[in-house]
Design a protein around this ligand. Structure first.
Ligand SMILES: *[C@@H]1O[C@H](CO)[C@@H](O)[C@H](O)[C@H]1NC(C)=O
Ligand SMILES: *[C@@H]1O[C@H](CO)[C@@H](O)[C@H](O)[C@H]1NC(C)=O
Length: 247
């Protein structure tokens, strides 16, 4: 065969290899740009972060979608209002009898929606109570993200929450509670252990042990079964008086 054909054969092979390399690299770029960031993972065994929250913005929007849902808000403000306050007031009376809460406790409800828990606290005599939620609901609930509470360290004697399952970063949720509680302060969580929580949940909690791991600066006070609007377990922690050295 003539030398020039031989040469062009190599040229074609060279061209094909270049083309393949080019296609491969551009394909790789497309792949890496279309695969979303992995969801935040939880290092704590027994807490499963639900997949699909590819950004914090998406997560917040989804939470807002529930909080701002006009149908839900109407139910919360009418049919649910008194019933919930009565049930919460029962829980709080019980905590008062166990000396975990008193009329003079400065109290915070974390993820308080329209403030039924706050109203219940006030009705049982805990007058210095407020709630936070992504959407404020004056005068009971101020605007605040529970992953970053808008309060100074040691601000509260008592914190209550029934929205642990909505935390995308459970360690931050708990860390913020422990930060804003004073030493000796009490945190009461209502969680779902045997039931599955709602479609707006960001995590699934499989037991009390993971909570004990998260509450690094507190001691477990009690665990008991409750009937709290689909949440079946009350877990109470008390922040230690002295947080000994270490980070
Ligand atoms: C929020 O809810 C509306 C319907 O009420 C729905 O169309 C929309 O897709 C939802 N957005 C998110 C981020 O879930
Ligand atoms: C706490 O407040 C309630 C309701 O206002 C009242 O009935 C009760 O006597 C108070 N308890 C104490 C110990 O002051």
């Amino acid at each position: 065969m003539p030398p020039h054909t031989f040469k062009s054969k190599y040229l074609i092979i060279f061209f094909l290899i270049s083309l393949l390399l080019f296609l491969f690299t551009s394909l790789k770029i497309t792949l890496t740009t279309t695969i979303p960031n992995p969801p935040p993972s939880s290092d704590i065994p027994g807490i499963k972060i639900r997949p699909g929250y590819t950004s914090y913005e998406l997560y917040i929007n989804r939470q807002l979608n529930k909080t701002l849902n006009p149908k839900l808000r109407k139910i919360w403000a009418t049919r649910d209002w008194d019933r919930k306050i009565r049930v919460f007031a029962g829980f709080f009376e019980d905590l008062k009898q166990k000396n975990l809460l008193s009329n003079s406790s400065k109290s915070l409800c974390v993820g308080a929606r329209m403030g039924q828990e706050v109203e219940a606290l006030r009705r049982v005599g805990v007058s210095d109570s407020v709630g936070i939620d992504l959407v404020p609901s004056p005068p009971l609930v101020v605007k605040g993200d529970f992953h970053r509470q808008p309060f100074d360290d040691g601000s509260f004697d008592f914190e209550f929450s029934n929205v642990f399952d909505h935390a995308l970063y459970p360690e931050k949720f708990v860390g913020e509670i422990e930060r804003t509680l004073r030493p000796g302060g009490v945190c009461v969580l209502h969680v779902a252990l045997s039931t599955r929580s709602d479609k707006y949940s960001a995590n699934d909690l499989l037991g009390v042990e993971p909570l004990k791991k998260l509450f690094k600066r507190s001691e477990l006070v009690h665990v008991r079964t409750v009937d709290g609007f689909g949440l079946d377990t009350e877990v109470v922690f008390r922040k230690k008086q002295v947080t000994s050295g270490g980070p």
